[in-house]
Design a binder for this molecule. Structure first.
Ligand SMILES: [Zn+2]
Length: 364
């Protein structure tokens, strides 16, 4: 299921500027010192930003002070320490959690000067801060700011709920990359071609593996005019969570079968290198999958790659199955993207342009 925006302030459940404005007007006396007109313009601007729904909704909730910070939870009557669970020095307001906690300094060193110039004083409500930012920043800077705040909250939740150590990435750089990749994808017109058209055409959907097992989908694309082969690899768990993915380009003149077999071989290596040993593999190349499952490598070019695959799947007890193209869309899209992205490896994340496909594959 793709993300669906559900606007519960209107009977139709669909957001309109009019109903957003009414809600904004109702809320502005509680949360903001800005004028209703300015708030109406802000909501309109926010819902029009071309960012993944989850980020827009996050910013919207932050504006309404609905994020479950410790201070907000305490205000709602929960018996909880209202202090910041990370620095343990100040109250955990929205502004503190997303902006002024001293523990954020180490992950926010920035070459993005527009972020350094922004000031979010403790007493300023989130909506007023963002509204004032939207008056001085460009639309693309606002996108980076929204992605940055979303990622800071994501990091805060990891630290608080999972005591994760994977929290030392530079969040500013992460947000800049995210927005750049989104822009790249739009300029390639990839978002439209792989989300709208192909989502509608999906018949057989990706099927998640059983709990504890990972599934690797692979695909290859060929640019014969340039003698290039693109490879796409996607690894997900039983909930459809992305464990890793990759785009790779080979300067080679392969037949479709050799290209597909090479994609499977690269997928197997990626899973082994990532330490994911309880894994099943899927490819939409039926002929290649049948050859692998016959257990014998033919005496030709394809056979050389298949022999390597057989060796690895026997020693790791892997299993390779066929999936129709409609259930292998993400690997297919990654293979095509590889001609622009070249060699990229993602761990626990993926190019933003795949957002809709990843969400559509998640089990309900
Ligand atoms: Zn703090």
């Amino acid at each position: 299921m793709p993300d669906t925006l559900f606007w519960h302030f209107d009977k139709s459940s669909v957001y309109s500027v009019r109903s957003g404005y009414k809600v904004g007007k109702r809320l502005d006396c509680r949360v903001s010192s800005s004028s209703s007109t300015a708030l109406g313009t802000w909501w309109n601007f926010l819902w029009g930003l071309k960012l993944p729904n989850k980020i827009i909704i996050f910013i919207w909730k932050a504006c309404l002070n609905w994020l479950p910070t410790h201070l907000n939870l305490a205000k709602r009557g929960m018996k909880i320490d209202s202090g910041c669970p990370i620095c343990r020095k100040k109250l955990e307001s929205t502004g503190h959690a997303l902006w002024s906690c001293t523990k954020l300094k180490q992950v926010c060193s920035s070459s993005a000067s527009f972020l350094q110039h922004l000031k979010w004083a403790e007493h300023i409500q989130p909506v007023d801060f963002l509204l004032s930012c939207s008056n001085i920043l460009t639309q693309s800077e606002m996108k980076v700011l929204c992605v940055f705040l979303w990622r800071i909250w994501w990091r805060r939740n990891l630290l608080v709920h999972q005591a994760s150590s994977r929290c030392d990435e530079n969040v500013v750089r992460w947000a800049l990359n995210f927005v750049n990749e989104l822009r790249e994808a739009c300029s390639l017109n990839v978002t439209h071609s792989i989300s709208s058209v192909q989502l509608q055409q999906q018949v057989v959907q990706w099927c998640s593996p059983v709990v504890g097992i990972y599934k690797v989908n692979t695909d290859a694309a060929i640019q014969s005019a340039h003698n290039r082969v693109g490879i796409g690899i996607m690894i997900r768990d039983n909930m459809g969570n992305v464990m890793g993915c990759s785009t790779q380009v080979l300067e080679a003149c392969f037949s479709p079968q050799v290209a597909e077999a090479t994609a499977i071989l690269r997928g197997i290596s990626f899973a082994i290198d990532s330490g994911l040993l309880l894994t099943v593999f899927e490819s939409d190349a039926k002929v290649v999958v049948d050859l692998i499952n016959s257990g014998t490598a033919p005496r030709d070019e394809t056979g050389t790659v298949i022999a390597d695959i057989l060796r690895l799947i026997h020693s790791h007890h892997f299993q390779v199955s066929f999936a129709p193209r409609s259930a292998n869309m993400i690997a297919h899209s990654l293979a095509k993207l590889s001609f622009s992205f070249e060699d990229r490896f993602y761990l626990e994340t993926y190019p933003p342009c795949l957002e809709r496909l990843v969400t559509a594959d998640c089990p309900v």
